[in-house]
Design a binder for this molecule. Structure first.
Ligand SMILES: Cc1cc2nc3c(=O)[nH]c(=O)nc-3n(C[C@H](O)[C@H](O)[C@H](O)COP(=O)(O)O)c2cc1C
Length: 805
C-alpha cells in the first residue's frame, strides 16, 4: 500500500488516460491558483506543545449538529466513473469503510441519488449548480431530499466553467458511458460548452432564498474567498460556508484558499461553520486548516486518485492514510481534540501578497517564506506548465524500470565515442590556430578566455555548410550557440516582439521549440503534418486564421529531414512550395535538421540552400554529427535588419547581442573540439559521418525488419497495427489500436520491459493518442531485437485487453 496521498496520485496517473488525468488534475489558465493551494499548506509550520500525554487523540468533529469521525469530507467532484466503473458507489463504500464522514455528491454524479442513498452508511449532501431552468435544479434538490440527503452545497463560483487549458489542448470529451446519472437530456460530452448553455449566468444572492423556498435542508455556499462575501452569505441566511476556489479550476489568479481562510473566518464571526477545500493532501494540512479557523476540510482529487487505484478500497486507503496522519500529527503536536488546534499551533504563514495583499504572519516581508522557500505560484508559469513536465514522466518511468529496453531517447549511439579522439580534436584546432600565425600566447588566450559572443569557429562552419550543403553564407551570419536549443531560444527571443507574434509549428512537433516558445510566453499554433511534411494549404490557412485574430504569424518551424518525432522527410517540390509560400505571406522559416548528415542515401537540398529571399533561418547542431556532450549548435541568420536611422546589419548580430546576456559565449573549449572534427574531415562533415550515417541507417532498417518479423501481415491486420518506414533519422511512428498514453507506457515498462515515447507528447494542440514514437538510434541490434519482441507482446496484450486502454 502507498504511504501517502501523493503516492496514490502517482499510481492513479499511471492508470488513467492522459486526457482524463488532465481533466481531473488540471486547473484554469496557467494553473497559478492550483499551485498556490498546495503551496499554501507547504508554507505552514506547526508549533507543538510537548509533554501533554496524548495517547489517543480524538478526531471527532461536530458540524451542523451531526457528529463526524473526523473533520474531513468528500468534496463534490463530477463523474467518479471517470476513475472507476463503480463511480460514486465505490466512493461512498470506501469512505464508510474508513470513517463516518459525509460525501458531497455532485450535480454531475455518475450514479443516481437513489442508488447512492441505498448504499450509503455515511451522510450524503448534494452539491447544487443553479441551472437556467430552475425546474431542473428544483427537481434534483427534491429527489436528493427524498433520498435522505442531509444538506445542500450551493456552488457559487461557477456561472460557467473556467478556461481549462489542458482540456482545450486535448479537445477533451467525456468518454462514452460517462454521463450525469441524475440529469436528463444530452450534450454533456464537452463539460465546458454544456455549462455555458445550462448554467444560469445571471444568478445572484436571491438564489439562496429561492433554494430555501424549494428545500428544507441546510444550505452551505461553496466558493467564498473574501470576508465581504462571507458577510453577505451570513446575511443571506446560509447555514455554512465552504472556502473554495474550486480546486483552481475557475478563476486563475485567485488566492490559495488557506490564505483567505482567516479573513473569511473573521467575517463569519463564528455564526456559521466554515469548511475549506483545495490542496489538502496530508493530515497536517487538516490541522493547519483547523488552526486557521476551519471547522472541517473537503478533499477532491485524492478521492478520484483512490478510485482509480482500487475503487472502494482505494478510497478507503485515501481516508485511512489521511486520518492516520492526522492522529499522528495530533499526538506529536500535543493535541487531545481537534478543538485544541487553535491559532497558536501554526507559525509563519507568509501572505500571498500578489493576490490578497494581507499580511497574516511575521517574517514574510521578503515574500520568500521560511528559510528562503519559494512558491511555485510566484515563479514563471512555464515551470508549472504540464507540457513542460511530460519528459519528466518519461524519465521517471525509465528510472523506475531500469531493466526495460528503451526506444525512448533520441540519443546518438555511444559506440562512436572515443575519449582520446576528443583530445586529438582540440590539438588539431590549436595547431590550426598556430598555423594561421597566432602566437602561443594568443592560442592559449583563445581557449582559456571569454570569447566573442558570436563564436570562434564561424569560418569553419561557413566552410562546411558550403562544402556539405551548398549553403553559401558569410561567417558573420552565423552565431555559435550552446546546442541547437540555444539557437532556437535566441531566434525566438529576437523574432517574437510581443504578444501578437505567433509561432507556427508542425503538428506533431519537436518539444524543444514549443518549450522555448513557452518560456518566452509566445503563442504557438500547430499545423497538421502530412506525408510530405508541412502542407502549404494548411500552413496558409493557419497563417490567415492568425491574421484574422489581429495577430502576426512570425515564423514557421520545420524539421524537413527525417523529422522528430514523425520521421517524415519533405520532398524537393514541397520545399520549394514552402519557400514560395513563406515569401508570399511574409513568414520566416526556421529550418532545423539535425539528422541530415547522419542519415544514409542522397539528401534533398536543405531549405537554406534553396533560399533566394533570405526567408530561412537555419538552426544547426553538432550533437548527432560530432557528439552531444560538446553542446555545440549554431544559427545562420543572414537576414538584413534595418535600424531606425537606416543603417543595416545582420540578424545574426542581434542574436549575438541577446546571447551575450544569456550564455555570454559558447565554451571555447567545446568549440575547439568541434572545430577539430571539422578540420579532421577536411571541411566536409558529410564524409566524416559516412560511417555514422550507415550505422543509423542500418539500425532503422533492422528495426523495421524486426517489426515485419514481429508483426507479420496477418497479425498486423488482426491487431490493427501499422508503422511508417523512414529512410533515415532516429525515429519511426508505430500506430496502435489503443490509447498509447502514460498509463499504457507504464504498463509496457512494468509488465513487458519495454519503454517508448507517447506521440501525444509532441502534439501541442492534441493528437497522436494512438501513436508511439520509437527511437532506433542508440540501441544495439540485440537490444532492438529483444525490444521489438517485448513490444509485440505488449501491443498484443493492450490491443486485446478490453476496456483497459
Ligand atoms: C474533476 C473535478 C470535478 C469537480 N466537479 C465539481 C462539481 O461538480 N461541483 C463542485 O462544486 N465542485 C467540483 N469540483 C471542485 C471540488 O469540489 C473541490 O472544490 C476541489 O476539487 C478541491 O480541491 P482539491 O482537488 O485540491 O482537493 C471538481 C473538482 C475536480 C478536480
Amino acid at each position: 500500500m502507498e504511504l501517502t496521498l501523493d503516492g496514490i496520485a502517482w499510481r492513479a496517473r499511471e492508470r488513467l488516460d492522459p486526457e482524463v488525468w488532465d481533466f481531473i488534475e488540471g486547473g484554469a489558465g496557467e494553473e497559478r491558483t492550483l499551485a498556490a493551494n498546495t503551496a499554501a499548506f507547504d508554507r505552514v509550520r506547526l508549533r507543538p506543545s510537548v509533554l501533554r500525554g496524548v495517547r489517543h487523540p480524538e478526531t471527532v468533529a461536530k458540524i451542523l449538529g451531526r457528529t463526524w469521525d473526523a473533520p474531513v469530507a468528500v468534496a463534490p467532484v463530477a463523474y467518479h466513473t471517470l476513475a472507476h466503473p463503480e463511480g460514486e458507489l465505490a466512493t461512498v463504500r470506501g469512505t464508510a469503510a474508513a470513517a463516518k464522514v459525509p460525501v458531497v455528491v455532485s450535480t454531475f454524479a455518475s450514479r443516481t441519488f437513489e442508488e447512492l442513498a441505498a448504499e450509503a452508511t455515511v451522510p450524503l449532501w448534494l452539491q447544487v449548480y443553479c441551472m437556467r431552468d430552475r425546474r431542473v435544479t428544483a427537481r434534483l434538490v427534491e429527489r436528493a431530499g427524498n433520498a435522505g440527503f442531509e444538506a445542500l452545497v450551493l456552488t457559487v463560483d461557477t456561472p460557467h466553467l473556467g478556461r481549462r487549458l489542458r482540456d482545450l489542448r486535448n479537445g477533451f470529451r467525456l468518454p462514452a458511458g460517462t454521463v450525469p446519472a441524475n440529469l436528463e437530456g444530452d450534450g454533456f460530452a464537452e463539460p465546458s460548452s454544456h455549462a455555458r448553455w445550462a448554467f444560469d449566468p445571471d444568478v445572484d444572492w436571491s438564489v439562496v432564498d429561492w433554494l430555501r423556498s424549494v428545500s428544507p435542508l441546510p444550505i452551505l455556499v461553496k466558493g467564498i474567498l473574501t470576508g465581504a462575501d462571507a458577510t453577505r452569505s451570513v446575511e443571506a441566511g446560509v447555514d455554512g460556508i465552504v472556502v473554495s476556489n474550486h480546486g483552481g479550476r475557475q478563476l486563475d489568479g485567485v488566492p490559495a484558499t488557506l490564505d483567505v481562510l482567516p479573513e473569511v473566518v473573521a467575517a463569519a464571526g463564528g455564526r456559521v461553520p466554515i469548511l475549506v477545500d483545495g490542496g489538502v493532501r496530508r493530515g497536517r494540512d487538516v490541522l493547519a486548516a483547523l488552526a486557521l479557523g476551519a471547522d472541517a476540510v473537503l478533499i477532491g482529487r485524492p478521492v478520484l486518485h483512490g478510485l482509480a487505484t482500487g475503487g472502494a478500497d482505494g478510497v478507503k486507503d485515501v481516508f485511512t492514510i489521511l486520518l492516520d496522519e492526522l492522529t499522528d500529527a495530533m499526538s506529536l503536536a500535543g493535541l487531545r481534540t481537534i478543538a485544541d488546534a487553535g491559532p497558536q499551533l501554526v507559525s509563519q504563514v507568509p501572505p500571498d501578497r500578489r493576490t490578497d495583499g494581507s499580511v497574516t504572519r511575521a517574517g514574510a516581508r521578503d515574500g520568500t517564506g521560511n528559510g528562503g522557500e519559494l512558491r511555485l505560484a510566484d515563479l514563471h508559469a512555464s515551470v508549472a506548465d504540464p507540457a513542460m513536465d511530460t519528459m519528466n514522466f518519461l524519465n521517471e518511468v525509465t528510472s523506475r524500470y531500469p531493466g526495460a529496453v528503451s526506444f525512448a531517447p533520441g540519443r546518438p549511439y555511444a559506440g562512436f565515442f572515443d575519449t582520446e579522439q576528443m583530445f586529438g580534436y582540440v590539438r588539431r584546432y590549436l595547431d590550426h590556430l598556430a598555423g594561421q600565425g597566432r602566437s602561443p600566447a594568443e592560442v592559449r588566450e583563445t581557449v582559456f578566455q571569454y570569447g566573442p559572443a558570436a563564436g570562434l569557429i564561424r569560418e569553419l562552419i561557413a566552410g562546411s555548410l558550403r562544402a556539405d550543403e551548398d549553403i553559401e553564407v558569410p561567417p558573420e551570419s552565423i552565431v555559435v550557440t550552446v546546442g541547437c536549443q540555444e539557437a532556437m531560444f535566441l531566434t525566438l527571443r529576437a523574432l517574437i516582439s510581443g504578444p501578437d507574434d505567433v509561432l507556427l509549428v508542425t503538428n506533431p512537433c519537436y518539444v524543444g521549440i514549443t518549450g522555448a516558445a513557452r518560456l518566452l510566453d509566445a503563442e504557438v499554433v500547430a499545423v497538421e503534418e502530412d506525408e510530405d511534411g508541412l502542407s502549404c494549404g494548411a500552413l496558409e490557412a493557419a497563417a490567415e486564421a492568425v491574421r484574422a485574430r489581429g495577430k502576426r504569424p512570425r515564423a514557421v518551424y520545420v524539421v524537413p529531414d527525417h523529422a522528430n518525432p514523425s520521421g517524415v522527410t519533405m520532398p524537393l517540390q514541397a520545399r520549394r512550395a514552402l519557400l514560395d509560400l513563406a515569401a508570399r505571406i511574409g513568414v520566416l522559416v526556421l529550418e532545423d535538421s539535425p539528422y541530415r548528415l547522419v542519415s544514409p542515401g542522397a539528401r534533398v537540398p536543405a531549405l537554406k540552400s534553396l533560399d533566394r529571399t533570405r526567408q530561412v533561418i537555419h538552426l544547426g547542431s553538432y550533437a548527432k554529427t560530432v557528439f552531444p556532450g560538446a553542446r555545440i549548435g549554431f544559427v545562420v541568420a543572414d537576414q538584413p535588419v534595418v535600424a531606425p536611422d537606416g543603417g543595416t546589419g545582420l540578424l545574426a548580430a542581434e542574436l549575438a547581442k541577446i546571447k551575450s546576456m544569456v550564455t555570454v559565449n559558447t565554451s571555447p573549449l567545446s568549440q575547439a573540439v568541434v572545430a577539430g572534427a571539422l578540420l579532421e574531415s577536411g571541411g566536409r562533415l558529410s564524409e566524416f559521418t559516412t560511417e555514422t550515417a550507415a550505422h543509423y541507417g542500418e539500425a532503422m532498417r533492422f528495426t523495421l525488419e524486426c517489426l515485419e518479423h514481429e508483426f507479420p501481415a496477418e497479425r498486423r491486420t488482426r491487431l490493427g497495427v501499422s508503422w511508417n518506414a523512414p529512410s533515415g533519422g532516429f525515429f519511426l511512428t508505430l500506430r496502435v489500436p489503443f490509447r498509447a498514453g502514460n498509463a499504457a507506457l507504464t504498463r509496457s515498462a512494468k509488465d513487458f520491459g519495454v519503454i517508448w515515447t507517447p506521440m501525444s507528447y509532441f502534439y501541442p494542440q492534441g493528437g497522436g493518442r494512438h501513436e508511439i514514437r520509437l527511437s532506433t538510434s542508440y540501441l544495439t541490434h540485440a537490444d532492438i531485437e529483444e525490444g521489438v519482441a517485448r513490444l509485440g507482446a505488449f501491443v498484443e496484450s493492450a490491443a486485446t485487453r478490453r476496456g483497459a486502454t
